[in-house]
Design a protein around this ligand. Structure first.
Ligand SMILES: C[S@@+](CC[C@H](N)C(=O)[O-])C[C@H]1O[C@@H](n2cnc3c(N)ncnc32)[C@H](O)[C@@H]1O
Length: 225
């Protein structure tokens, strides 16, 4: 999502800090997660209509997530929280961290463990809406439907949980179908034109509104691990 760098993002984030959590706590009831929430139109509308569910929305760009949190705050929605975070940290894991150079001036990389952003087996629905298509093959592993991410989602989803994925981008959709299949997910409610299908779709995202107004079809599927 393109957003101009704003100078006042930090004070704005501070004003809505109540809407942020550093990690998703062990839930006591149903929780759902949106990855890459953008400006938050989808998650806030959904949260408003489902007061018994707690929603968590991840977004890695501060200038963007601040708008989502301000929206939730303005509308006084108490059951949505935001994480300024990267989806790659959803599960516990290790990352290669640069530790310096060895005697041959080669980089020393060390595995550094990090804490999971989300408890294992806790999420009933995970939403991926209009994820960045990243058309360059070199960046395929950053696509939010790459197998590496699908494995992370499997870890945090409940046994009977599922993923809901929508996009305007056919190449990303085809890539994603392949990845879901390779990872052993069961695909259902598959459509290449969501807005002309019988599948209920009451909550639209910012991107969805923009693309469907341009007459573009919306591709969508659900998947069970
Ligand atoms: C194309 S926008 C779509 C925004 C919104 N879901 C919509 O449909 O209007 C994709 C969003 O995903 C976020 N994003 C991409 N990769 C991410 C990651 N690894 N972790 C968290 N957010 C990510 C981007 O910063 C961007 O705001």
């Amino acid at each position: 999502m393109r957003a101009r760098k704003k100078k006042n993002t930090v004070p704005r984030l501070e004003r809505v800090s109540d809407y942020f959590v550093p990690v998703i706590p062990q839930p006591s009831g149903e929780i759902r997660v949106e990855v890459g929430c953008g400006k938050g139109k989808f998650i806030t509308a959904l949260a408003k209509d489902h007061p018994d569910v707690t929603f968590y929305a991840l977004e890695k760009i501060p200038d963007v997530i601040v708008m989502a949190a301000e929206k939730a705050s303005r509308e006084e929605i108490g059951n949505v929280k935001f994480l300024l975070a990267d989806a790659k940290d959803l599960t516990e894991g290790t990352e290669k961290t640069f530790m310096g150079l060895d005697e041959n001036r080669q980089p020393i990389l060390q595995d550094v463990a990090h804490t999971a952003l989300c408890p294992t087996g806790s999420v009933s629905v995970l939403y991926l809406n209009f994820s960045d298509p990243l058309p360059n093959k070199k960046h395929a592993d950053r696509r939010l439907t790459h197998a590496n991410f699908l494995e992370k989602y499997r870890t945090i989803l409940k046994a009977d949980g599922h993923i809901e994925f929508k996009t305007d981008n056919k190449p990303l959709f085809d890539f994603s179908v392949e990845q879901f299949r390779e990872c052993g997910y069961e695909i259902y409610d598959y459509t290449e034109d969501l807005h002309r299908s019988d599948i209920p779709n009451p909550y639209h995202t910012e991107y969805e509104t923009r693309f469907s107004e341009m007459g573009m079809p919306i591709y969508s599927l659900k998947a069970k691990p």
